[in-house]
Ligand binder design. Structure first.
Ligand SMILES: Nc1nc2c(ncn2[C@@H]2O[C@H](COP(=O)(O)OP(=O)(O)OP(=O)(O)O)[C@@H](O)[C@H]2O)c(=O)[nH]1
Length: 859
């Protein structure tokens, strides 16, 4: 079963493995399973606080957040450089935090996230009854509270809630059978209960920012996968987002009741497509219609859901005889997978010893927390099966807030000065070597980092991660990272420096809220009446800490928007145009992927976003919430420009018009830059000027000039991406040089050499995934070929087939109605942005000619 070659892949302890092999330790195993699975006397605390391999600030577990434009943070350096938190956690904090989980439910469209969350709310007593998404009672699920969500049966905005849950630890026999009477309904949880903050996120890629900001502030996640469709395109996107923020996850294979459900195929896909070591911690009892429960192969128990809507969990010791062999094999597989990523489990494996229940559970927890493994649960949300067991997994294997390292930048003058001096020293030292490293100016790279501690007595630090316009003004969702947030106190906005009072503090339960007086570190809550922007950091004024913002993808699609009755000056200045701009301001404030600008050529208002659905929802909300119906233009894709070659520049900006002149000279080169997968960063300004030819006071202006130049490429007027600007030298004049002169010098230097750098026009390419009954396969493939798509993969199953293709977004307009027609309404498709790729040369030529014509008219 296990050969030495396989064992040699164990990541850690290779020396020890060699020693063990030398001692002649055999690698096959036959120890009986049940003998070691009886509940041990170990305490539940031991499992929940299993020791971790990482400590706050260790590079392997750093969390770092970036905005797509000006992301300058080096992830590993950030964590390694972080100073330790100023406050130790008290015993009371540790006890409280050990029972807290902040989790997100994320997945591909329609995998059942909202249906699953509805069960969680019901079993924890937060709702009195279950209502289905698109259910016949037309009530809709609790977490889909927007009218549009209920009508369309999709999640558009993430919704937060909290609940109390009495978990059964892996080392114990279930004491509570899940009787509703034992669940908390008044918000006062018994001490042994877990406090869960849950965010249900949308699956459509158009609303990806909702997933992004949820994962930014959550400590763990449940990745929901469909038992028949497996790992789909959005699962891959969500996986990438979880990796970006290093969020540990458990996997839940939902829809086990569906025809063709195959959890083992899905687990294979988690390992291959997501490259995440994973193994089942349960096996199903029965399949499809006959799916009736699960066997817990960690605890060696059989688990059934009974009673009203599965509220009672009945457990039996042992495994049904007919499943015993299979269960043993799958338990063995679990141990093998863990030995690949966990040192302790590798040792046990090599010693040919069957792990105890506690050893197995702690190894799962340890490996999950370090994001090197995902335990897989399974069930059927709609049939009310397997949900409580999954919740037990959340409590057992996902981290509490004290186990997630978080850093903030110290923005105090002293700290910045100190860091700048250190950076300058390093730059000077590096300048003397051939491999001189670039020094990044005015960025977080020169700002010192501090680890935060979720201690209630520490100075308060919180992050505003989501805004919503509520009935009583702005509702600001906050994650409290350190200290305590109290109603009535004054807090400081680290970005604006303004102080604000917290008039109202609430816990969110979808669209309902419950007032609270204060909330401790590690909590998620919302404030009313505090004006701020998404991504702002709040402190109590004792510190100058600021947290970096989240990754914001660039929009891929735009369209012109005109309020009906508002054009031609008729509505101008009146209610229509006022509401129109109010709505646009609010939408932009709430959603950083929704952008608005007025086209300088046509004077039209252009809205941009992540997809047709994204923009369609805002147009609909404009009508419903602001009473402004709008006419929309044809959707246009977001073209970009980039360069294909490195070219040097030596540019002088000089103006002498009587009074004070302008002088700035810049020397260096521009070159193509690849996108950094982790940070999303694909543009950079690097300052390698040493020796003072350009005084350091002008560096920030130079960088500003660079980012301004990127807004409009000279070829077609679209933004420039994939470019690095390296400033190596220059010259200044003691009287005529100014910040403006250097900003214009940088802009001029790009314009000057741009055409020599082989500029190219790029268009968004999408990964398109289609599923449909097998009979329409020919027509569907034909439709993709017609749109010049490239079929990359297809899979035909018993009744249906799925296909993955790469297609230009420009060729995908109107595809949903075409597919509906081709497949008599049975086909489904989803697409997600993959990258920007060059347009075909003919298209580029036409676009250039068109732009040149517009420019000529203007001049
Ligand atoms: N057969 C089956 N259907 C399910 C199950 N869970 C959910 N569904 C159905 O799948 C559809 C989508 O469910 P949702 O809960 O809205 O899925 P979602 O992942 O929240 O959807 P989005 O947030 O819009 O991506 C609904 O019609 C559900 O009734 C399940 O366990 N089995």
């Amino acid at each position: 079963m296990h050969g030495p070659r396989r064992l040699a892949r164990v990541r850690v302890g290779a020396g020890r493995l060699a020693r063990l092999s030398a001692r002649g330790v055999a690698t096959s195993r036959s120890a009986p399973v049940a003998a070691s699975i009886s509940p041990s006397s170990s305490s539940r605390r031991c499992i929940y606080s299993a020791p971790l391999r990482f400590a706050a600030g260790a590079p392997s577990s750093s969390r770092s957040f970036h905005s797509s434009r000006a992301a300058h943070v080096d992830v590993a350096a950030e964590a390694a450089a972080a100073a330790p938190p100023p406050v130790e956690l008290s015993q009371a904090d540790l006890t409280r935090l050990a029972r807290q989980r902040n989790i997100g439910i994320a997945a591909h469209v329609d995998s059942g996230k909202t249906t699953l969350t509805e069960r969680v709310l019901f079993y924890t007593g937060r709702i009195k009854d279950i209502h289905e998404v698109r259910g016949r009672d037309a009530v809709g699920a609790k977490m889909d509270h927007m009218e549009l969500e209920r009508e369309k049966g999709i999640t558009i905005q993430s919704a937060a809630t909290y609940a109390h849950y009495r978990a059964t630890p892996p080392t114990e026999t279930r004491a509570v059978s899940g009787d509703a009477a034992l669940m908390d309904t008044k918000g006062e949880a018994p001490k042994e209960d877990f406090h869960l903050n849950i965010i249900d996120t949308p699956g459509h890629v158009d609303f990806t920012i909702e997933v992004e900001r949820a994962l930014r502030v959550l400590d763990g996640a449940v990745l929901v996968l469909c038992a028949t469709s497996g790992v789909q395109s959005q699962s891959i996107t969500v996986d990438r987002q979880m990796r970006r923020y290093r969020v540990p996850r458990i996997s839940f294979i939902n829809k086990m009741d569906r025809q063709g459900a195959d959890p083992w195929r899905v687990i294979g896909q988690i390992r291959q497509k997501l490259r995440m070591p994973a193994a089942a911690v349960q096996i199903p009892i029965g399949a499809e219609d006959e799916f009736s429960g699960v066997v817990d192969i960690v605890r060696w128990k059989t688990v059934y859901n009974e009673g009203e809507k599965g509220i009672v969990v009945r457990e039996e010791d042992g495994v049904p005889a007919e499943l015993e062999e299979f269960a043993k094999a799958k338990r063995q597989e679990l141990i093998e997978q863990l030995s690949e990523v966990d040192e302790t489990m590798a040792d046990i494996f090599l010693e040919e010893r069957e792990p105890t229940l506690e050893e197995l559970a702690t190894a799962i927890r340890r490996a999950t927390l370090t994001c090197s493994f995902s335990p897989v649960f399974m069930g059927s949300a709609i049939k009310n099966k397997g949900v409580q067991a999954m919740l037990d997994g959340v409590c057992a294997y996902l981290p509490d807030p004290s186990q997630v390292p978080v850093t903030a930048m110290d923005m105090s003058k002293e700290a910045i000065e100190k860091a700048k001096a250190a950076a300058a020293e390093a730059a000077e030292a590096a300048a003397g070597t051939a491999s001189a490293e670039a020094v990044v100016t005015g960025t977080p790279a020169t700002q010192p980092l501090i680890s935060l501690a979720p201690a209630s007595s520490a100075p308060f630090v919180g992050l505003a991660f989501k805004l919503e316009e509520g009935r009583y003004g702005q509702l600001t969702y906050v994650r409290v990272y350190q200290g305590t947030l109290k109603r009535g106190t004054t807090i400081f906005n680290a970005r604006t420096g303004k102080k604000v009072k917290v008039p109202r503090l609430v816990r969110m339960h979808s669209n309902d809220m419950e007032d609270v007086d204060e909330l401790g570190a590690g909590e998620i809550c919302a404030m009313f009446g505090v004006e701020c922007s998404s991504g702002d950091t709040f402190t109590d004024g004792q510190t100058s800490l600021s947290m970096t913002s989240m990754f914001v993808p660039d929009p891929v699609i735009s369209l012109a928007l005109t309020p009906e009755g508002g054009e031609g000056g008729k509505g101008a200045g009146g209610a229509i145009s006022q509401n129109f701009s109010r709505a646009l301001n609010r939408f932009q404030k709430e959603d950083p992927t929704f952008r608005v600008h007025v086209d300088s050529e046509s004077g039209e208002t252009i809205i941009s976003g992540m997809g047709e659905l994204h923009l369609e929802i805002y147009v609909e909300r404009m009508k419903r919430e602001y009473n402004v119906p709008c006419k929309t233009g044809k959707p246009r894709v977001a073209f970009r420009e980039t360069i294909g070659a490195r070219v040097p520049f030596n540019y002088t900006h000089k103006k002498q018009t009587g009074g004070a002149g302008q002088f700035g000279r810049v020397v260096g080169y521009i070159e193509p830059m690849e996108r950094d997968e982790e940070t999303g960063k694909d543009v950079a300004f690097e300052n390698r000027v040493t020796g003072g030819n350009i005084p350091s006071g002008y560096f920030a202006a130079c960088e500003k000039g660079f980012y301004e130049a990127l807004e409009k490429g000279a070829l077609t007027g679209h933004p420039i991406q994939g470019i690095r600007y390296v400033l190596e030298d220059g010259a200044a004049h003691s009287v005529d040089s100014s910040e403006l002169a250097f900003k214009l010098a940088v802009m001029g230097s790009i314009r000057d050499v741009y055409r020599k750098a082989q500029p190219i026009v790029l268009e968004p390419k999408m990964k398109v995934e289609i599923t449909s009954p097998a009979q329409w396969q020919g027509a569907v493939v034909g439709s993709i070929n017609q749109r010049q798509g490239l079929v990359e993969d297809s899979e035909t199953r018993a009744d249906d087939f799925s296909l993955t293709a790469e297609v230009s977004l420009n060729n995908m307009f109107g595809y949903s109605s075409l597919l509906r027609g081709l497949t008599q309404g049975t086909g489904e498709f989803s697409m997600e942005y993959r990258n920007h790729s060059p347009v075909v040369p003919g298209v580029q030529k036409d676009m250039e000619a068109e732009y040149a014509k517009i420019q000529a008219k203007k001049n």
